[in-house]
Write a protein that binds this ligand. Structure first.
Ligand SMILES: O=C(O)c1ccccc1NCC(=O)[C@H](O)[C@H](O)COP(=O)(O)O
Length: 205
């Protein structure tokens, strides 16, 4: 069964719908590099609204350590996710479980990066290029999904209700992550797309 993370939540009602439809995890984007950035108190409200067994993830990207500490203290997410050029040691300093995004897009040195985060709880392989923000809607060649990495791999980048089943069949990920593919505008989730995405990802074999 493919697990599902719905990212870029800015509204409680969208995150609650994702949870009701069966999402395993939701993400809130904390970094100012994002058009989906939520303030600390709004992120806390979204995280606090989640029922048990839905994993809450807070995303940062090359942010100051003090900012990440403020996210941990105020938002209290179950996990962190780092999207920038942070090292394994830097990500691990907070003593929290974390996911590391790996840029699989053009120009990205993905093979080396995949082995550079031994302390990450999972690796999120995304379609954007090295140094670029996430949430771009860009896919990558799913046949490049590695088979020899010990950590759970999360497939991200340009997934939609229409392509998620092919993506799962090709890449065989631990989980899928979606943001723009379930939106009507940045940070505004579309209920029909959300429903269709979760149903399609659940049915993928
Ligand atoms: O979503 C953002 O705006 C964002 C900005 C900066 C760093 C990370 C960001 N999002 C990360 C995610 O986890 C997205 O869900 C992932 O990149 C997939 O996005 P999409 O291609 O839109 O499905």
């Amino acid at each position: 069964m493919t697990r599902i993370k719905c990212c870029g939540m800015t509204r409680i009602k969208d995150a609650l719908l994702a949870a009701q439809l069966g999402a395993d995890a939701i993400g809130v984007v904390m970094t100012s590099r994002s058009k989906r950035q939520v303030a600390l108190e709004q992120a806390k409200a979204i995280v606090d609204a989640m029922p048990p067994f839905v994993t809450t993830v807070a995303l940062c990207m090359d942010d100051e350590a003090d900012f990440v500490r403020a996210v941990i203290e105020t938002v209290r997410p179950a996990m962190l996710q780092f999207h920038g050029m942070e090292s394994d040691e830097w990500c691990a300093q907070f003593g929290q479980p974390y996911l590391k995004a790996i840029a699989m897009g053009e120009g990205a040195s993905a093979r080396a990066q995949l082995r550079a985060y031994p302390r990450a709880a999972g690796l999120l392989l995304d379609g954007h290029g090295l140094g670029e923000a996430g949430g771009t809607g860009k896919t990558f060649d799913w046949s490049l999904m590695p088979k020899d990495i010990r950590q759970p791999l999360i497939l991200a980048g340009g997934l939609t209700p229409s392509n998620v089943q092919t993506a799962v069949r090709t890449a065989r990920p631990w989980a899928v992550d979606v943001s723009s593919g379930i939106e009507s505008a940045p940070g505004i989730k579309d209920p029909a797309k959300l429903r269709d995405f979760i149903a399609a990802a659940r049915a993928a074999t």
